[in-house]
Design a protein around this ligand. Structure first.
Ligand code: NAP
Length: 435
């Protein structure tokens, strides 16, 4: 029986699905000892700090993660940071394979004047703020204006816009951060405009998320029917139309045409608008857009511009992976070929392919990389694994400690009528794990 030691860095969906793929690949001849290393004192990655609080159902995938974690060949080492408490070089030496499932957490920038004004934020700061990420509790968000602009036509832009546009009481029965809920309840924002630079036919939204919008109880959602009519014309000119695109346009047409409730809270999706400049005296006051049009299937700019008075701009235009010593980044992701980085180092998830796909996409992606790793494995190393790599006294959150944190949050949630109340303080999380 050959037993290989595997280190997975990053306890998000891609990390867990990688562990699961190794577990499923075990046989009478082959076994794996899996150590999952995570910077935060809590696992689950974007399922904890990314998925919108009004989408609780998506978070039930954490049950799958806990099942994976219960397997005897799995150990969790949370509160351990790559490049600070443990080094890639050492992991490479001690493990038969190292899998980087470190995601992409740096928000991409627009690169336009005024982007650094106060209250111009990246979704990479705003989303973890409302999701209780301990590093983002201090994110400064001013919700005193009446109109907010969200840049980008993807699902993150839609999450951000929804959280700003719905009645905050709808978040009462969720695990939204308490500090965010207080601010959202005091918010003056009544109009949220999502701005996409291309047409409806190019939007990165997905149909299930679009279909949920007309169901919002306290918010009217608008799309200019003319923009949808134009998009339908363009689609009719295409030789082949993908099913996802048809579903998206159908869902957007429903939004454009459905009867409005006449409520004060409004969410608008505006297409063919490229942000040119954010203006303001120290703080966001206005945003200037260039109008675009679609000609022969291509998006081209026009000389027309328009401006919107706003006090808050949130940019949701994708993410880049962060750098680690010894790892190069290309186009925002870890340089890799089909998941192979170098020697016995691999990448999965957003770190491998960039910030695309839903949680489930990581399953097939991780399966493919694990197949490749197994193909490349030869003789197991005679090494100690993680033993000796961490400084003595370094406080690791292992699976048992995490289960204590988890139980404490769920119990607090039961009392408050929520799925959980997330602890936001790093030290407090560690002490919960110790209790
Ligand atoms: P995304 O789906 O790639 O969307 C990014 C958007 O930003 C696109 O509309 C893109 O427009 C736009 N953009 C990029 N650069 C821009 C620029 N310089 N100026 C203006 N607009 C720009 O990324 P995401 O929304 O961050 O989502 C990441 C992944 O997570 C996606 O696969 C998404 O489906 C997934 N996700 C899923 C859910 C869910 O299932 N509920 C929730 C959140 C996220 P162009 O197309 O013109 O480049």
């Amino acid at each position: 029986m050959l037993n290989f030691k595997i280190a997975i860095v990053g306890a998000g969906p891609a990390g867990y699905f990688t562990a699961q793929a190794f577990q499923k690949a075990q046989s009478d001849e082959l076994s794996f000892s899996i150590d999952m290393i995570e910077r935060l004192p809590t696992p689950w990655g974007l399922v904890r700090s990314g998925v919108a609080p009004d989408h609780q159902k998506i978070k039930t995938v954490s049950k799958v993660f806990e099942k994976i974690a219960k397997e005897p060949n799995f150990r969790l080492f949370a509160n351990v940071e790559l490049g600070k408490h443990i080094y890639l070089k050492d992991l490479r030496d001690q493990y038969d394979a190292v899998v980087l499932a470190t995601g992409a957490s740096k928000g991409r920038k627009l690169g336009i004047p005024g982007e650094d004004l106060t209250n111009s934020l990246s979704a990479a700061d705003f989303v973890p703020w409302y999701n209780s990420h301990p590093d983002y509790v201090q994110t400064q968000v001013d919700l005193s204006c009446d109109t907010a602009i969200v840049i980008g036509a993807g699902n993150v832009a839609m999450d951000v816009a929804r959280i700003l546009a719905i009645d905050p009481s709808e978040l009462d029965p969720t695990d939204v951060a308490e500090h965010a809920l207080i601010k959202l309840k005091q918010s003056n924002i009544r109009t949220v405009i999502i701005c996409g630079r291309r047409g409806p036919e190019h939007a990165a939204f997905t149909a299930p998320e679009l279909r949920d919008l007309p169901k919002l109880e306290n918010t009217d959602v608008f799309i200019d029917p003319k923009q949808i009519e134009e998009a339908i014309k363009h689609i009719e000119e295409m030789e082949e139309v993908e099913k996802d695109l048809k579903n998206n346009i159908e869902a957007m047409k429903t939004i454009a045409e459905h009867e409005k409730k006449g409520v004060p809270r409004k969410l608008e999706i505006k297409f063919l608008s490229t942000p040119l400049e954010i203006k303001g005296n120290g703080k966001v006051e206005e945003i200037i857009f260039q109008k675009n049009k679609v000609e022969n299937g291509k998006v081209i700019t026009t000389s027309e511009t328009f401006s919107v008075k706003t006090g808050l701009v949130i940019t949701a235009i994708g993410y880049n992976s962060i750098e680690y010593p010894g790892i190069s980044i290309e186009n925002g992701r870890i340089t890799n070929i089909a998941g192979h980085v170098e020697h016995n180092v691999y990448a999965v998830g957003w770190a491998k392919r960039g910030p695309t796909g839903v949680i489930g996409t990581n399953k097939s992606d991780s399966n493919d990389v694990v197949d490749l790793i197994i193909e490349n494995l030869k003789e197991p190393k005679a090494s100690e694994g993680i033993t000796g790599l961490l400084k003595s006294g370094h406080e690791v959150i292992d699976q048992i400690a995490w289960e204590k944190i988890n139980a404490s949050e769920v119990i607090s949630g039961e009392i408050a009528g929520k799925p959980r109340v997330k602890e936001v303080d790093w030290r407090q999380l560690i002490s919960l794990g110790r209790s």
